[in-house]
Structures are given as C-alpha cells and as structure tokens.
Design a protein around this ligand. Structure first.
Ligand code: FE
Length: 346
C-alpha cells in the first residue's frame, strides 16, 4: 500500500512537471500551420476547415496574388511565418523552387497518390488538382469536325475568330511552354505568329471574358481552362449560364500528345516552423474528401485517377491529357514568354 502511495506521488509529481513544462512553452499547445495561398479563400477555406476538424490543426490562411506571395516570401526570407505555399500553376511552383523558397518532402502517401508527372521528381512540389486548357467553340457557328489540334488554329479559316487572354498570363505561358517541348522553339514561334494573326481582338480580360466575348459574337473560338466554363454553367447569374451554354468543349490533339494540362499544387517552405503539420495538410489535400471537393466545387479534375469527376465533368467525356512532366512548364517558362513577345502576342 505504502509502496503504491510513493509511486503515485512520484507519478503525480512527474505529471505536474510535464504539464507545467508544456504550458511554459505555451505555443506547443496550439497546433497550427501557416498557409500562403494564391487560391482565393472561397475555393480553399471549406477544405481547410475540414482539415482542422479532422486533425485539430488550425490553419492560418494568407491569400494573395501568386507573384505577390512569392515576392513576400522572398522579402521575409528566413523570418517568414509561412509553412506552405499553394498556387494554381506548375510554372509558379517551379519559380518558388528556383529562388530557393521551398524544400523537398518525402511522403509515401503523396508518392503513392499523385502520378509522377504531376509532382516534382525530388519532391519540391506536388500537384493537387488538374486544370485542362482545351479549345472551346461556339456551337452555332463552328462545326467541331473543323477542329483538330492547337497547331491547326493557325489555319486562315479562323481569321478574326479567336479570343484568348494576354501573354502575361501564366496559363498561356505554360501552354506555349508545352508546345516548345513538343514542337521545338522555331515551330512554336511560327505557330504563335499564326495564332496572333487570327485573333478577333487584342487580348484583354481573363478566361471568363473570352467565353463571354464568344457568346456575344465577338469570336468563335476560345482557349480557356475548363473550370471557368464549369463555373459559368453553374452560376447563379442566368446571363452567365446562358453565355456558357452557347459554347462546347473540343479536346484537341487527341491523336497526338493530348490536351494541355496544368496543376494547382503546393510546396513546403524552407525551414518551415510547422513542417510536420504542413505535410499533414498536403497529404489531406490528396485525400478522397479533398479530391472530390476539387471536382464538385471547383470544376477541376482530381489529380488522382481513382476519384470520380462529378456529373458535369463526366459529361465532357474522357480525354487524353498531355503526359508532359509539369516541371517542364516551369523550365520553359522564360523561353515561352520571350517567344510570345516576339510573335506579337500582347
Ligand atoms: Fe484560374
């Protein structure tokens, strides 16, 4: 009895010391992770809340334009509170790696779930959702039998009929980078010149604006990311739905390399203070729940092949995606930008 009493008091004493030690540290009690996100809050917050509920880890979210966040990370240097960077383009993830802001992660879960072409070979960044950039056409004025490849959009039949946003946009830069890899720089420059010659107007606005312009009769062909069309088709605004319904998707290059694909993805910041929590968040974003959400709420394609795409995306049918390593989009970004500039793509 006495022996047990001694053990109990030693044990109690130890526990008190441990607990006191813990609260002295203070911060250890709150599990958190600091996320810099180029995704707008409404497109990521519900997922982060779910993560917090599952793990108890609080997510402090800073949203902003991708280039501004990259600049901020560079300015903050080693003092940055950021643990993880989320962007909507592989080109930007590559840029973050080039300027030494991020560091590799080894995770069996991520390696198993994410196909190798959608993540950096050494684990510097991971794709979380796929974004397809096909051709869209106005159903009333274009017979899809006239369409085949991105390359064929330079045909004179499309003169004054194509709308696409400016070359300052990274989605176009990544698309051109994929063409440099496929066709070489000289041929891609010729192509860009031909495409510019077929523009219906000088580039202005975002992808949604191209879709609206086509619906309003300013052009017949658009190159845009599919989730913009999905967003308009499911919009509360009847005029957006009406505009989007005038267009259909054409999956180009199906007999060749396939449609141009990009990823939204994330990377872990160098010397992150909550590295383990950040990895947990990264893994959570590849979970069934998160992957379904990307398809249902964002109109993006899951990065995992085993996840159902949802009704709308399913309607657009199966397509062959360019199997190019996403890292190449970043590698050829500067070349793409210079080439578009020389071709007069504003
Ligand atoms: Fe976008």
């Amino acid at each position: 009895m006495r022996k047990a009493g001694i053990f109990l008091s030693i044990w109690l004493g130890l526990s008190v010391t441990l607990i006191t030690g813990c609260s002295d540290n203070g911060k250890d009690e709150v599990q958190e992770v600091n996320l810099y996100s180029a995704r707008i809050e409404s497109l990521i917050k519900p997922l982060l809340d779910e993560f917090t509920e599952e793990t108890g880890i609080k997510v402090n979210l800073v949203t902003g334009n991708a280039d501004e966040l990259l600049q901020r990370l560079q300015n903050e240097g080693r003092n940055t509170p950021a643990d993880m960077l989320l962007t909507t383009d592989a080109g930007r993830l590559h840029r973050a790696m080039e300027v030494d802001l991020v560091e590799p992660v080894e995770s069996e879960i991520l390696q198993e779930r994410i196909p190798s072409s959608y993540r950096h070979p050494e684990g510097y960044w991971f794709g979380l959702s796929l974004r397809a950039r096909p051709i869209m056409y106005v159903k009333d004025r274009v017979d899809p039998a006239e369409l085949s490849t991105y390359e064929a959009l330079v045909d004179p039949r499309w003169k004054n009929r194509i709308c696409v946003r400016s070359s300052s946009n990274i989605y176009n830069q990544s698309m051109v980078a994929s063409m440099i890899v496929a066709n070489g720089e000289a041929a891609t420059e010729e192509w860009a010149k031909g495409l510019v010659a077929n523009f219906a107007r000088s580039p202005q606005g975002g992808d949604r604006d191209q879709i609206s312009a086509a619906a309003a009769g300013q052009c017949d062909i658009v190159i845009a990311n599919t989730y913009y069309l999905a967003g308009m088709l499911t919009s509360n605004d009847p005029s957006e739905r009406e505009a989007a319904e005038k267009l259909a998707i054409f999956w180009p290059n199906q007999d060749g390399r396939g449609v141009h694909i990009n990823v939204s993805g994330a990377a872990i910041i160098k010397d992150a203070k909550h590295r383990d929590n950040a990895i947990k968040l990264l893994e959570f974003l590849t979970s069934d729940t998160a992957q379904h959400w990307y398809a249902e709420a964002n109109g993006e394609f899951p990065v995992r092949a085993d996840i159902e795409k949802g009704e709308l995306l399913e309607q657009w049918g199966e397509f062959r995606a360019d199997p190019l390593d996403m890292d190449k989009l970043g590698e050829y970004n500067a070349d793409a930008l210079r080439l578009m500039d020389r071709a007069g793509w504003q």
